[in-house]
Ligand binder design. Structure first.
Ligand code: DGJ
Length: 390
């Protein structure tokens, strides 16, 4: 009898505790799943919970968008509560108007029954981007891949394909780009230099930085391929596709041309801003001018965005300062770039897409989508609590 009484007490306590947790969650608006959505969105609300058709906060971080046959497809990292590791894979959401998104499931699933697979559950998959190849009617996904248990040391790109925009995607390969190829803008003297990382006891000294600018890490990684971390894809008007990625231990960006099927590298690539420490590249084009928004390298913490401009994709590229204006411009409105979306059918409408990461609760990362305006061809990003497409 005494025993039964204790069990009843325990259940009562559990029940009260549950009610308490649910109330707190709802009060602070942090319940990320299955909230009721009684009406459609008609505006963007940067930084707020963004519920999909099921009333669940969209789970597509570090994302990118593909427009195909009248629909936008948003691909991004599925994140869990306590880890940023890939326990599920790449999620896809579908929309006609960019405000309201339907959960289209997992586009690329991690492998659950083979610990040897490069995309085994628990690996790191970041910043997936998808492009469409007209030539063979195939969708191609690139993503930053880190192997399970190896931190950020693999610095690989992963490639997957599908015949359907929303997937499922089939994993094809992972690699470090451009093995055995020199960047087009590295001089003969830099290629032949014998300065090696082993010559330095300390990093970040002026001499070491000079050696980095001179391509020391490109030479180090020449045979095995160049490191590839934060990344994006860009398809130019002539159909040529490019992969842009943070290379050389995140110190230098590389921009590499892809083969016609978008599954390989032609071997043509350049280094951008050697030693400049740029991450989170988002490349776009307007009126024959190429623009690039990047961030600095401060982990999950936000920093000041950087804008670069060029008349040719192969450069020269010039960094021209921070495109953000107004309060919190120094922290990119507490976000980090991931993609710039040209809005279909609207002249000069571009959306800056950023992530407000939450390393304490990864799944609660928020999306900062803001309109890009142009002042004499210079892109500007201003904060809006809410806004609509014009
Ligand atoms: C910053 C990168 O931009 C993110 O994609 C992620 O790799 C974090 N660093 C990890 O700290």
């Amino acid at each position: 009898m005494v025993f039964k009484g204790r069990i009843r007490k325990l259940f009562c306590l559990l029940f009260i505790f549950n009610v308490f947790v649910i109330t707190i969650n709802n009060y602070f608006g942090v319940n990320l799943s299955a909230q009721n959505r009684d009406k459609e969105y008609e505006k963007f609300h940067p930084g707020e919970l963004w519920l999909d058709n099921n009333g669940t906060h969209i789970n597509a971080h570090g994302g990118g968008i593909l427009f195909h046959d009248g629909y936008y497809y948003w691909f991004g990292e599925h994140k869990s509560e306590h880890t940023s590791s890939a326990l599920v894979g790449v999620k896809c959401y579908k929309s006609k108007d960019l405000y309201n998104w339907t959960d289209s499931g997992v586009a690329l699933e991690v492998v659950k029954n083979d610990t040897l697979s490069p995309i085994t559950k628990g690996c790191t998959i970041e910043r997936p981007k998808v492009i469409y190849n007209k030539m063979n009617n195939q969708f191609v996904m690139f993503f930053h891949l880190e192997l399970k248990g190896k931190g950020y040391s693999a610095a690989n790109v992963g490639i997957a394909v599908s015949k359907n925009a929303q997937g499922p995607y089939e994993f094809i390969k992972n690699l470090r780009p451009n093995a055995g190829k020199w960047p087009m803008n590295m001089t003969e003297e830099q290629r032949l230099s014998s300065i090696k990382p082993g010559n330095f006891d300390k990093w970040w000294t002026p001499d070491w930085m000079e050696a980095i600018k001179g391509g020391m890490f490109v030479r180090r990684d020449f045979e095995g391929g160049q490191m590839s971390r934060d990344m994006s894809l860009f398809v130019d008007d002539d159909g040529t596709a490019y992969h842009i990625y943070s290379s050389e231990d995140n110190l230098t960006l590389h921009l590499a041309e892809l083969t016609d099927d978008y599954l390989d590298y032609t071997g043509k690539y350049i280094r951008m801003f050697p030693g400049g420490h740029n991450e989170a590249p988002a490349l776009f084009k307007r009126k024959d001018i190429y623009y690039l928004i990047t961030s600095g390298c401060t982990g999950w913490a936000p920093n000041e965005a950087r804008l670069a401009v060029a008349e040719s994709i192969w450069g020269p590229w010039k960094q021209v300062g921070n495109p953000c204006v107004g309060e919190d411009k120094e922290l990119t409105f507490n976000s980090q770039s991931t993609f710039v979306l040209p809005v279909e059918g609207k002249k000069d409408a571009f959306i800056f897409m950023g992530d407000r990461w939450n390393p304490q609760k990864h799944i609660d990362g928020r999306y900062i989508w803001l309109p890009i305006t142009f002042e004499k061809d210079k892109p500007l990003i201003k904060w809006h609590n809410e806004w609509v497409l014009k």
